[in-house]
Design a protein around this ligand. Structure first.
Ligand SMILES: N[C@@H](CCC(=O)N[C@@H](CS(=O)(=O)O)C(=O)NCC(=O)O)C(=O)O
Length: 215
């Protein structure tokens, strides 16, 4: 049964797409237009009651929350494609730590920048300059911690690429390429080298090539 991924144009679903490609898992996509409110339609809410993207269907198995989905597939297909969870329980602990850091420290301020710089003009709502400034400050502090970590190890969980790094691609792309804040990465030598390494993976280039961001 081919995995169905809903909402491939958007960032969090792209976290799932790049994981499925790394794990060599076949999938198909179902477009959902956020700007038309399709994610709030009753049919969609039956799949994802919180009304956000992504959700996947794998036969009669349905799962939402992008990080839960990538953990599921990284484990389910442990023996194929790229190893994404580390080889020991200690490595796994560090993978999980940095997936959580991405969820609670990296993505939220970038999400604020995306809302206020990219989406606000499209939706015709005012941009919150204070929220943008606060986000810039938060991201700078977070990336200082990343710079220190990546001065010691090539990747976030150690000297191996993992879900921890993969999970950063979707919003890291916004930060570096679409919010005018690429300097926050480029000014930090080890973060910049890490970003160039992970964002040049064939899996991510394939996602960008086949599933364009909405803005
Ligand atoms: N924690 C969720 C967040 C999902 C989420 O916020 N998705 C956004 C799209 S994106 O920001 O990830 O591109 C969405 O559906 N937003 C629609 C809405 O908030 O109404 C996940 O990781 O799956």
């Amino acid at each position: 049964m081919v995995v169905k991924v809903y909402g491939p144009a958007y960032a969090s679903p792209k976290r799932v797409l790049v994981c499925l490609i790394e794990k060599q898992v076949e999938f198909e996509t179902v477009d959902v237009d956020l700007f038309k409110g399709e994610h709030k339609e009753p049919e969609f809410l039956k799949l994802q009651p919180f009304g956000v993207l992504p959700v996947i269907q794998d036969g009669d198995y349905t799962l939402y929350e992008s990080r839960a989905i990538i953990r599921y597939y990284a484990e389910k297909y442990r023996d194929q494609g790229t190893e994404l969870l580390g080889k020991t329980i200690e490595e796994r602990g560090l993978v999980e730590q940095w997936v959580e850091v991405e969820a609670y420290n990296f993505q939220p301020p970038i999400y604020k920048l995306v809302e206020n710089i990219l989406f606000a003009p499209i939706l015709g709502v005012p941009s919150d300059a204070k929220a943008v400034q606060e986000s810039d400050e938060k991201i700078a502090k977070v990336l200082d911690i990343y710079e220190e970590r990546l001065s010691k190890t090539k990747y976030l969980a150690g000297d191996f690429f993992s879900l921890a790094d993969l999970s950063h691609l979707a919003f890291g792309h916004y930060l570096v390429n679409q919010t005018g804040r690429g300097n926050l990465v480029r000014e930090r030598k080890h973060v910049s080298a890490w970003w160039d390494d992970i964002s040049n993976r064939p899996s991510w280039k394939k996602v960008l090539d086949q599933y364009k961001y909405p803005v």
